[in-house]
Write a protein that binds this ligand. Sequence first.
Ligand SMILES: *[C@@H]1O[C@H](CO)[C@@H](O)[C@H](O)[C@H]1NC(C)=O
Length: 428
Amino acid sequence: MAAMLGCGKNWVVMCLCLFLLLVPLACGGRATISTETASNSGTGSGTSSQRLDVQKHLKNLNRPPLKSIKSPDGDIIDCVHVSQQPAFDHPDLKNHKIQMRPNFHPEGHPFGESKISSNSKPLTQLWHKNGRCPEGTIPIRRTKKDDILRASSIQQFGKKKQRSFPQPKPLPDLISQSGHQHAIVYVEGDKYYGAKATINVWDPKIQQPNEFSLSQMWLLGGTFGQDLNSIEAGWQVSPDLYGDNNTRLFTYWTSDAYQATGCYNLLCSGFIQINSEIALGASIYPLSKYSSSQYDISILVWKDPKEGNWWMQFGNDHVLGYWPAPLFSYLTDSASMIEWGGEVVNSESDGQHTSTQMGSGHFAEEGFGKSSYFKNIQIVDGDNKLRAPKDLGTYTEQDSCYNVKTGSAGDWGNYFYYGGPGRNPNCP
Ligand SMILES: *[C@@H]1O[C@H](CO)[C@@H](O)[C@H](O)[C@H]1NC(C)=O
């Protein structure tokens, strides 16, 4: 890591102080061997070399901002020059020429896009209440020391803990190893060049801080083995990752089945952001309420057929950025499977099923205003057109804990309701 070598003008004093403060400590004892294990979860203790590693990692993640905005939820959003973002540290992106706009955009069925329907409100983020980032910069949610200390290790920070893709046809030896539960809809058996959905946004309750609840789409390439490629985007509640129960926008990617590569948001080098308005990992506002107003976000991910980059758009006009083609192996061609739906971690900490909610916390049968939904789910086909997916499959591990029901109608196109409360008399 070149982090400490990069001490620029503004950082010299700080780096020097850090150096003077930490080196004697780090050199004073023999406890400096175990840097790989970092701190024991969240206590803030640990050896001095661990503390130095945390500082290094923070400095690498938090680039010098041109402006900072304090969000009402406590986040600090740093406006960082687009060329200073973490992506360009990636070894395969050293000479990458940034694309400031996609040179291709898939056309298709204008379901729900021509008019804003009364039950679909535009995406906003909470930090917008206190300011915006200037053009030429991108908003990055500042990582705090405590964010890293909550992770099991520095290396693990920003990554999914385990393999956690829903596996509709599980290999026998992998079944429910991970304790993750899903309620999803999927297509496979073709080549897919993108996917789209409008996702209803809620604030599910999380029982344990090490659990999460999310609603997202997955674009998968390769097989469910060691080298699975995945691009993911949606909303999540994850106390471990963010330190609170807020509902946040997120992305994820991996090119080796969640092992060494990839991360959430901009927490490692990879995704290149070009948009100055939307911050990955920032809170979404407002949220849907039971039997009351419903809010949703639209996400489109598609492949630029010329450059091979995978682009992402939020709503109708926020092109957020792209995953450069060199990050992937299988996905350099196309995705072989698309999945949409919810996922929670069931840690069974008290010996029973978790009461962590998925979606609204209500089952699919309850329908609009009560159950959570995905609507206008579409794929990008071989002609680079947005189309309704054919032959949707559904998958849940335990229907009595979280379930899913598909349908198709009018300007909702292909849709499904999904979710549930987790623990209940039928899901003990
Ligand atoms: C998150 O919610 C749970 C209950 O749902 C609560 O016990 C916990 O304190 C909350 N965590 C934070 C950081 O607010």
